[in-house]
Design a protein around this ligand. Structure first.
Ligand SMILES: *Cc1c(COP(=O)(O)O)cnc(C)c1O
Length: 324
């Protein structure tokens, strides 16, 4: 498959995002002061920002080019991708529908912003233990699309997390953006959820230069990343991926011990507030990689701050962060 064409992109943010030093955090995790820099993809503005914007520029761009007037997507109830899909729709004058598992939940965190952004939320009820959540959500999204088509609308389904080869192209370009800001970068560290961010970075920088930290969002993160890479132009889908799986804790929705620690050190050394689900897990993965010698002092590291802060205010265990 060839790379998406530039005329099928919508601009949803101002690029490049900043690259900032983080000397106190760097030293506190056992690196040299100058080793670690922060790629501030939380500062993408629209809809409270985050990494999903780079992918949405391409997936929504394709939908708009094909005549869509309503965007449909799926995710967990605290999905940052869903919130930003609703924000992109608002910005572009489209409607949006978010399809979530379970029963209606209180409007906190991302859900509060979803409501504010004027999206329609479809709760599909509890998913029975024998079924795959994503399969059920995809089927529900198709039903919503069929219903809208019967009403004369032109719906487009944006994939889970925006993570197909089209969306991942946004992170391939982010890899190039990082190379312009940090020509000697050895390693970019990112969280892995639906996999498009890591896949794009691997496409842009090479597999050796990307360390992904699994958040437990999907059953097999490496498989997901490889699958997306397989649909991208001019990349090897067989290169050995560097993915740590030691930061999932009790599961995607839990506050993992490493993430809890990482949140505290980033806040207290740099005033940098991470989200407990993704970026704190990613930093915890870097902490663990330095501790076990996978990343050594003198390495030029860029840590992707990927946004997601609204999730902190919707996290069931957020109060645990207030006790040492
Ligand atoms: C979704 C998300 C990620 C992971 O990105 P994927 O492309 O889904 O793997 C990282 N950080 C935040 C804050 C996210 O919302």
């Amino acid at each position: 498959m060839t790379a998406p064409r530039d005329d099928r992109r919508v601009r949803l943010a101002t690029w490049p995002t900043p690259l900032e030093p983080a000397p106190r955090l760097s030293e506190s995790i056992g690196l040299r002061a100058g080793d670690l820099r922060l790629k501030r993809d939380d500062l993408t503005g629209l809809g409270a920002g985050g990494n999903k914007i780079r992918k949405l520029e391409w997936t929504v761009g394709a939908a708009v080019a094909d005549g869509a007037d309503v965007l449909i997507t799926t995710g967990a109830p605290q999905s940052n991708h869903a919130r930003l899909t609703a924000a992109a729709a608002a910005r572009l004058g489209l409607d949006s529908v978010l399809v979530f598992p379970g029963d209606p939940r209180p409007f906190v965190g991302n859900l509060l912003l979803d409501a504010l952004l004027g999206t329609d939320i479809e709760w599909i009820g509890p998913i029975d233990g024998g079924s795959d959540t994503q399969t059920e959500l995809d089927a529900a999204a198709q039903r919503v699309a069929d219903r809208l088509r019967r009403q004369g609308r032109h719906p487009a389904i944006i994939p889970f997390g925006g993570s197909n080869s089209v969306g991942a192209h946004g992170y391939r370009l982010a890899g190039h953006e990082i190379l312009e800001q940090a020509p000697n970068v050895d390693l970019v560290v990112c969280a892995v959820g639906s996999g498009g961010t890591m896949a794009g970075l691997v496409a842009g920088l090479g597999a050796d230069h990307v360390l992904g930290v699994d958040t437990g969002a999907v059953p097999d993160a490496a498989d997901r990343v490889r699958h997306i890479l397989g649909g991208m132009d001019g990349v090897s889908a067989t290169a050995a991926l560097r993915i740590r799986t030691d930061q999932v804790g009790a599961g995607y929705e839990s506050l993992a011990a490493g993430a809890r620690h990482a949140s505290t050190i980033s806040a207290r050394t740099e005033g940098l507030v991470l989200d407990p689900t993704y970026s704190a897990r990613a930093l915890a993965g870097l902490v663990a990689a330095v501790a076990d010698g996978d990343v050594v002092p003198g390495t030029d590291v860029v840590f992707l701050v990927s946004g997601g802060l609204p999730g902190l205010f919707g996290h069931p265990q957020a109060q645990d962060l207030t006790v040492d």
